[in-house]
Design a binder for this molecule. Sequence first.
Ligand code: ADP
Ligand code: MG
Length: 312
Amino acid sequence: MDRRRKETLLIALGGNALVRKGQLGTIEEQFENLRVPMAQIARLSREFKVVITHGNGPQVGNLLLQQEGCKEIPHLPLEILVAQTQGQIGYMIESTLDSALMELGVLTRQHFVTLISYVVVNEKDPAFLHPTKPIGPTFRETQVKDLLYPTRRVPGGYRRVVASPKPVTVVEKREIRKLIDMDFIVICCGGGGIPVIREGRAFHGVDAVIDKDMVSAKLAEEVGVDVFLIATDVEGVALNYGKPEQKFLRSMTVTDAQRYLDEGHFPPGSMGPKIEATMQFIRTRGKLAVITSVEAIAAAIEGKAGTEIVRD
Ligand code: ADP
Ligand code: MG
């Protein structure tokens, strides 16, 4: 195949690619879980230039919990914890993908790079006025008064809430494009990216979490992605999800997706951002957008699984 004509595929991995519901989330479990998507991505990398983004919910939650248990060492702000998870998850993805490629018999060493990525947000984003995204451990009511950050009532107690502002731009977009052109598999924008605010020519980190699906759509637009796949823990997108009349869709147009979103079929914080991200991708320049399970990544690229979001 002519390498210059390879299309670029962006795969956004959900948190469950590393930690499945009901698991403790040991490192052994995370490595084992990653074999499922990585075996498929290894095969796809022969056909596509590949970019991988990923969530970090369980990992950043654990780091926060570890901090709460230790009073002796100064607390690290959220931006530092996001940077840590980009490193740890990037390493796990690289080494699992490397093994998967070797199992496939790919002898020429594939090049990988995990890029610590920051993403600019707007300090006037209305999301900063109303933090909505619960993160980290669940606290008892008696513990809440000692906490230095806003919390919200959730089933079983209280959780810290942070703002989830819109991604404005990925700071390393040019570097990422260059690495893709050089045939590197790029792992970037982990955990939605490290959220930063621009101050003149400098950046400084803020306490916020950017949605990994929304940043993936922004990245896709900025580096020119052809195929955008979101891998999660459901086979695709359903209407009336979780109700007796639930119905999974094989495809929907952007106009239908917007209507279903308005009708409340896709809640904020779970399916909502995946729909918004894929709609934005198709509206800008994308060729194919599909939402599917981690098990069905390869099948979805072949049009045999998942839900495609298509132009009207
Ligand atoms: P990820 O970690 O992959 O981003 P999320 O939990 O944020 O995963 O989103 C996936 C979840 O969205 C599914 O597990 C499912 O419970 C939920 N969901 C909500 N509405 C729908 C819908 N209409 N169709 C399919 N799944 C839905
Ligand atoms: Mg999510």
